[in-house]
Design a protein around this ligand. Structure first.
Ligand SMILES: Nc1nc2c(ncn2[C@@H]2O[C@H](COP(=O)(O)OP(=O)(O)O)[C@@H](O)[C@H]2O)c(=O)[nH]1
Ligand SMILES: [Mg+2]
Length: 325
């Protein structure tokens, strides 16, 4: 590591320490009362992170929380959120409400072979290390089953953020508009997810859940904003601030962010079937390539078996190998 990098790292560490100090000071000064507290009278700031698979409504939900379309949401089939980003505004865009720092993420599952996605993992760790008030695990409410892909996604987040993230998780079911989720009863199987998660991840308590309507309806009664706020206050009153201790300690002892991400990559790969598939596919292609090469070679041997002179065979060999590349 050169001098400049070292200097940058020291500065970063200092920033993280200052952030942490600020957080602790803020926490000492203002402990808002849960539930009854109106958003308008709470002067402190909150950091929330949207997690979940692509297309579940993460960017849209954060826009609804911010009351402003600060993140690009999807209008096509391809994923539009490709980088980790942060946007800040008053809750629901009302000046007297507290500030919300919203962190949007692309999906990470099945993307470990993508160097850009690996870089984004580093960016996410950098942004969340200073403290997070809630991790919103965003799920489309039309997805009724708690299946293996959801489970794997959660496992990826757990190993990325450490199990310390669980007390700050709120499951947000998006698209919860009357057209898509009609009767109250239809919410029950979704609420059961919280218990399922509690059991499979051995948590002392199930994560809190919120139902959120689309961007336009979110701020209205039953749109989700009120419930979301109450859950956030509940977490704030009952759980300690989230910290990514191993990350902070690694950076403190001279690791670069990149080093850290490389170090955990193998661990993350455990929950990435496609990662192994890609590797296996690479291996398969390599074998195929070898076989083809050998095939050509034996073909070449056969074709030269009858010839007495070695000269023309060398010529054939050189043309055939140049056609490989
Ligand atoms: N009807 C409805 N559509 C939504 C809702 N939330 C998101 N969408 C749509 O779902 C699509 C994916 O949303 P987006 O926020 O980009 O998902 P992300 O990939 O998780 O960030 C977009 O077309 C959104 O307009 C919702 O609550 N109701
Ligand atoms: Mg998005």
């Amino acid at each position: 590591m050169d001098h400049e990098q070292q200097l940058q790292q020291q500065q970063y560490l200092l920033q993280l320490q200052q952030l942490e100090q600020q957080r602790q000071d803020q926490q000492k000064q203002q402990r808002p009362a849960p539930a009854e507290q109106e958003p308008a009278s709470a002067p402190r700031e909150f950091t929330i992170v949207a997690l979940g698979k692509s297309g579940e409504g993460k960017s849209t939900l954060l826009n609804a929380v911010l009351g402003s379309e600060m993140f690009l949401a999807k209008t096509s089939v391809s994923e539009v959120t490709k980088t980790v980003g942060m946007a800040t505004n008053h809750f629901l865009n009302i000046d007297s409400n507290p500030m919300m720092h919203c962190i949007d993420t692309p999906s990470f599952n099945g993307k470990l072979h993508d160097p850009n996605r690996v870089e984004q993992i580093g960016n996410l760790l950098k942004l969340v290390a200073g403290g997070v008030d809630a991790f919103l695990f965003v799920v489309k409410c039309t997805r009724y089953r708690y299946d293996n892909t959801v489970h794997q996604t959660l496992q990826t987040y757990q190993s990325l953020l450490t199990p310390a993230f669980w007390p700050k998780v709120i499951i947000v079911f998006t698209h919860a508009t009357p057209e898509l989720l009609p009767a109250t009863q239809s919410r029950l199987p979704l609420i059961a997810w919280a218990r399922e998660i509690q059991e499979t991840f051995n948590l002392p308590a199930p994560p809190l859940t919120v139902f959120a309507m689309d961007y336009v309806r979110f701020p209205y009664p039953s749109g989700g904003a009120q419930d979301f706020w109450e859950r956030l206050m509940e977490l704030d009153a009952n759980t300690a601030p989230y910290r990514h201790t191993p990350f902070l300690e690694s950076i403190g002892s001279g690791f670069s962010i990149e080093d850290y991400v490389q170090r955990i990559k193998g661990h993350l790969a455990q929950f990435e079937p496609s990662y192994f598939e890609n590797q296996a596919e690479g291996q398969y292609k390599e074998n195929e390539h070898k076989k083809r090469k050998e095939g050509r070679f034996s073909l070449f041997r056969k074709s030269t078996q009858g010839t007495s002179s070695s000269k023309p065979s060398r010529n054939v060999s050189s043309t055939s190998s140049s056609s490989v590349s």
